[in-house]
Design a binder for this molecule. Sequence first.
Ligand code: VG1
Ligand code: CO
Length: 543
Amino acid sequence: MEKITVQTAPIEGQKPGTSGLRKKTRIFMGEHYLENFVQSIWNGIGGVAGKTLVLGGDGRYFSDRAAQVILRMAAASGAKRVIVGQNALLSTPAASNLIRTRGTDGGVIMSASHNPGGIDEDFGVKFNTANGGPAPEEVTNRIFKATEEIGEYHILSAHDVDLSSVGMTSLGDMEIEVVDPVTDYAALMEELFDFEKIRTLFKGGFTLRFDAMHAVTGPYATEILENRLGAPAGSVLNGTPSPDFGGGHPDPNPIWAKPLVDLVMSDDAPDFAAASDGDGDRNMILGRGIYVTPSDSLAVLAANAHLAPGYAGGLKGVARSMPTSRAADRVAEKMGIACYETPTGWKFFGNLLDAGRATLCGEESAGTGSDHVREKDGLWAVLLWLNILAETGKSVKETLSDHWATYGRNYYSRHDYEAVDAARANEMLDALRAKFADLPGQTFSAGTVAEADEFAYDDPVDGSRSEGQGLRIGFENGSRIVMRLSGTGTVGATLRVYLEAYEDDPAKLHEDAEAALSDIIATAEEIARIKHYTGREVPDVKT
Ligand code: VG1
Ligand code: CO
């Protein structure tokens, strides 16, 4: 086995986004592309000599090849050990858990999350630090700088490592430990939740459908929901991971998981249904006849988490990303605990979780999680919901109705305009920004503007500041419009428009969300001229 040093040159555009580097798979397969980025991770974190890392991913097309390259590069740079999920599979939360419980120096996750997989679709690589969370900006900035300065990379010339069976193997001097991807994660879930109680729920005839969307959560859901909790075989749908996710879009929302939404709205509806994304960190929650928005789910979980053993001591605080609805804020206020507002992306929750300031975190994009790992966690959210329902004996619908009756309802929707011209999208945001000084006091159909600003976040733990995190317009009646450009797309720009309206009139808590938001939608168009700048009459995706 020979260690080779390969001459290379910087490749443009290797800047990690909201969640690692995501590009078209063919770009990642291009000459030196993956190698440059991996070497830049090593360089950005001060090398991997003597370190132990975790490696795994969502199993999408090219992961098997990428895993071999990453292993050979870790070995060439002197890593001591890499803990790899069998067949290079690890859900993102399971990888986070392994990084933490095994006391490693971090890990590499191969995923483009909810983006489709395949040679013409997307691939991604993300580095997580020793706390198990996505590298903070300070680290991703160093990695990006390394991509701009790279001149060579190191790799071992060797045969592929067999990752198909669990056990110890090696590559040169580096130890490789192939682990079952599910075991440690399932053990953690057993610690947090009352499995006996949930088993009793299923024994009583409670029905569930979990759609793994042909992605990584299949094996996890089958083991936990069917084998350990006794949900009947067949409760997990699309449970075998495939490199192209069955040709689908593994994004758990009412658009891409429509068959599941149709099911809960039909006469054959199960009591509870859920779906997760490509890498297992997102979740969609459904009940008979109802879709739970992620923002509402966060609020309901915050209000009821103490019913699960892992959270019986109460919550230290909650945190949500800025565009997430403010439903959770109302719960935190009533509970007398802190509520933090962070920029989009899980990396911003890490410090709050590490410092013990927040226990639960969530994003409007179907991400919920807690201090049990440092990533959002799809199955965890499903199990917490099940534990709560098992304790209260209520249906999902009753749970929501009771929640709204207590706290009022934050009607919420996100409109995405995908693959729009990046220059035009930026022009639109520039024009909007330029109006901010004049907006307060102006009245639109949605109400009178109270404030308009560009969100910047001062991390209360390490004092770092992150600017340019989204434009927001708040109204005196509690309504809100937020606009930002996605940091995970791979084509052009994706404009996200987040719309929120608060209602506490008991007679108006059960309206259709788009109808309840019609004034705020019209006002967003009036102020920002979305149609003009994007050239689109309607959004591509509404969630
Ligand atoms: C999106 C979501 C964000 C999420 C991120 C990664 O980012 O809006 O809330 O944290 O994806 O999720 P953006 O920049 O495209 O809006 V995942 O499941 O891709 O790891
Ligand atoms: Co994901």
